[in-house]
Design a protein around this ligand. Structure first.
Ligand code: ATP
Length: 494
């Protein structure tokens, strides 16, 4: 019994333990599921708050969009109102303008009608008078003569005034139209120079050419070595023929020491070939600065206007046309040179370019490329010096006292006549030998000094002693100058 009781007790304890284990298990499961439910609840709450946020934001955006739309519509309405208002105003103005135009037009028509009426009545009256006058003239012979004379005088007056104005205008145009770069020109000194110079030059040319056959000097007062002189005469003939045959001119380069007759020869050449002549100096271009290009173009435009063709002589050409990549050359000078190259790029039928320089090697290669004829002007040889001495003796001594009458017989201030004794051919030859190395200019100046010495003397007489004295003095001065310049005597003769 006791045993049974114990077994039952054990059984009971066992069941109790099982029950407790089951209960614990159950509690754990319950707890887990509760936690899971809680987590789910928290998650749901979070999701709900996110969704609420989204909804709130969407609502706000919608409200904003509605607000914006409303504002846009309002602005659009305002714009439309303004446009309609402006349109209405414009239409109103256009209408007003049309109205005033119409009023003006009517007023003009009325005024024109009134004017026409006035003119018609004036014309009728005039014709009545003219008719009456004509009848009177035709019936009265005296009146007829007076009328014809009056009309003829009037026509002559009109014609003379017109032609006179044309001549005066031509003169003004030539004088004022001459570019400032030109220092000397055969064009436009006088209004009649065009006609007169042609007559004079053609007659004098004929005479000179005839003379040249006799004297062997076809270049007026220019004394050159015979071979150089011949070359210049040939060039003058060729240039004249070129012009007649309308073929392009040939450009020239004259080089040699100063005072050897380059400018004189160019002047003579232009005269012999029947061309106009204009001289400019290369040194005048640099001071023009930025104006130089315009002036060069002006010069060529002016030169092109010459009907006979123009010989443009550029003295001291190296000052303007020197090598372009020289460092001291300014940008303006370079542009001026380029302008000249541009204007002389093609063979020209209007302009002959004659350049003169003492330093031909300094010229830009493009300039040298434009030259067709190169002529060297050396210092005069003994024969040329002899001729030069005779020429200037004649000019400054022999002709010194001769009276010259100016235009319309006006007398010029007169020089005293010089008495010449003992100036033989031999004395002149001697002077020619002594003046070796002298340029033509120096010989001319020597003779001016002789003249001054004569006028400074008591009797106003030139004898061989005084002449020799001045020559010796000038020769010594020449040597001194050469020494100071430290240069060697350039070669003479050809
Ligand atoms: N061959 C010459 N025959 C006559 N006179 C001359 C000659 N050469 C020079 N002369 C005299 O010298 C002056 C200057 O001559 P010209 O101007 O022709 O020389 P140039 O060679 O052009 O000189 P530059 O190179 O200095 O310009 C003339 O007015 C003239 O009096």
């Amino acid at each position: 019994m006791k045993k049974q009781e114990e077994t039952r007790q054990v059984e009971l304890a066992k069941n109790k333990a099982e029950f407790q284990a089951l209960q614990a298990q159950h509690e754990t499961a319950e707890h887990e599921s509760q936690r899971a439910r809680n987590q789910e609840l928290v998650k749901m709450q979070e999701e709900s708050s996110i969704r609420q946020d989204q909804i709130r934001r969407a609502t706000e955006e919608q409200i904003q969009a509605q607000r914006r739309q409303t504002e846009g519509e309002k602005a659009e309405i305002e714009r439309e109102t303004i446009r309609v208002k402006a349109l209405a105003e414009a239409e109103g103005r256009a209408y007003e303008a049309k109205l005033s135009e119409e009023v003006n037009r009517r007023m003009l028509v009325e005024r024109a009608n009134a004017e026409r009426e006035k003119w018609i009545s004036a014309i009728n009256t005039t014709f009545d008078h003219i008719g009456g006058g004509l009848r009177a003239i035709l019936t009265d012979q005296n009146k007829l003569i007076v009328a014809v004379g009056g009309v003829t005088t009037l026509a002559a007056g009109v014609y003379t005034t017109r032609e006179g104005a044309r001549v005066v205008w031509g003169y003004v145009d030539r004088i004022l139209g001459q570019p400032s770069l030109i220092r000397e020109s055969s064009r436009g000194k006088y209004p009649w120079s065009g006609v007169l110079s042609r007559i004079v030059s053609s007659t004098s040319n004929k005479l000179k050419w005839k003379d040249s056959g006799k004297k062997g000097n076809g270049l007026g007062d220019v004394i050159l070595h015979p071979s150089l002189q011949k070359r210049i005469e040939q060039l003058a003939n060729a240039t004249a023929n070129t012009q007649t045959h309308q073929s392009p001119f040939r450009n020239m380069l004259f080089y040699g020491p100063p005072g050897t007759g380059k400018t004189m020869a160019a002047r003579e050449l232009s005269q012999k070939s029947g061309l106009d002549y204009a001289l400019m100096t290369g040194g005048d271009v640099a001071p023009l600065g930025s104006q130089a290009v315009t002036k060069i173009h002006q010069l060529f435009d002016w030169a092109k206007k010459s009907k006979r063709g123009l010989l443009l002589f550029i003295d001291e050409a190296d000052a303007f046309l020197c090598e372009r990549n020289k460092t001291y050359m300014s940008e303006d000078q370079r542009s001026a040179l380029n302008a000249l190259l541009f204007r002389t790029g093609d063979q020209s039928k209007d302009i002959v370019l004659a350049l003169a320089t003492n330093r031909p090697g300094d010229l830009d290669s493009a300039v040298a490329d434009r030259i067709d004829e190169v002529l060297e002007f050396p210092l005069p040889g003994e024969d040329e010096r002899h001729k030069l001495l005779k020429l200037y003796l004649d000019k400054y001594i022999v002709k010194a006292g001769q009276s010259k009458s100016g235009w319309f017989g006006q007398s010029q201030p007169q020089q005293e006549k010089i008495i010449i004794t003992g100036i033989s051919e031999e004395v002149i030859r001697e002077a020619a030998a002594k003046t070796q190395g002298f340029s033509g200019r120096e010989i001319a100046k020597l003779m001016v000094s002789v003249q001054a010495a004569v006028y400074g003397s008591k009797d106003c007489e030139l004898n061989s002693e005084l002449f020799r004295e001045v020559v010796d003095y000038k020769v010594a001065e020449h040597q001194q100058r050469r020494k100071l310049a430290g240069s060697e005597t350039p070669g003479e003769g050809i």
